[in-house]
Write a protein that binds this ligand. Sequence first.
Ligand SMILES: *Cc1c(COP(=O)(O)O)cnc(C)c1O
Length: 368
Amino acid sequence: MPKAQETILEIDLRDLKHNFEYLKSKLKPNTKFMAVVKAFAYGSEALKIAKSLEENGVDYFAVAYTQEGVALRDAGIKSPILVLHPQTANFKELIERCLEPSLYSPKVLEEFIQIAEQESQENYPVHIKFNTGLNRLGFWEKDVAFILEQLRETKSLKVASLFSHLAASEDLNEKAFTNKQIKTFEKIVENMLPKLKDKPLLHICNTSGILNYPDAHFDMVRSGIGLYGFGNSEKENKNLIPIATLKSVISQIHHIEKGESVGYNRAFKSQDFRKTATIPIGHADGIGRQYGNGVGYVIINAKKAFIIGNVCMDMIMVDVSDIDCKAGDEVIVFGKNHTAEELSETINSISYELITAISQRVKRSFIG
Ligand SMILES: *Cc1c(COP(=O)(O)O)cnc(C)c1O
């Protein structure tokens, strides 16, 4: 791998393929795979990731918002794209770009029908989302009659799928709750399917659902974090490879005498002699201030170097007193061995938050 000369997020498309194939190997041959590429493919880079996944045979994409779907269409992605959280204001554009909305409430259903009819659509594919316990977005079981009535009265919609979302699929202590969610979904589906003219796909599993609930894969699964290399458990992390390595470089070494301070607000005051390295990455790049003052660390020449003092907007200073290093040496912020999950745990966060926070200012580079 090339040595970094500035802060870059290096993305290995071969590892993406490995993760996709590993997750696929958990499915029955005809179960479809929806790749979740919201939030710039979890902070990596959505367009190249989606292109690569499309070439490798993904069936469907999901994004959170309409604009994310529009960007994929602009990049030439032809596969169907589910918009998980569309906003009414964007429905017209969503239809123009052949994006498929998740409809999750009576209000959103009525508004979408109105616009689809205005746009003279027939059988426009939509996805009906049910709340089975996450209590975030979704119709309730009791809304089924209303949904069916609305669908009967219009020619403009086709139900492409019925789906729900699990609240704690990674937590085996919540198995009973998750099984109850799955049962509720099955009950809704059994009630609804015979009354629909369409044959919608059924789906409920995210990455941890795929890995922990093999009997609940239904017709399709939706995977995000697993594709990017995290399995939400020690066991599954071993089977997946983080696709992104955040690299940087030492800008300068400083020698700090006893009694001197480092950084803004003089947050670090030295009790003894220290050697520090200044790294060109800061809170504007996604390394939040919570990592400061000895909490977070980077890797320099295979050793942990903890952040000293406050995280600045564009820089951190790290303690390299015991590390043989010099300006120009490579720094690993997270990667395959020292993972984003481990770094995020130092602030009681999760891999999802750290990787999606890496700002657009950090250059992306691709391998494979
Ligand atoms: C983000 C999201 C997913 C992907 O979840 P992972 O845990 O990253 O696999 C799946 N479904 C919905 C509705 C989501 O919002």
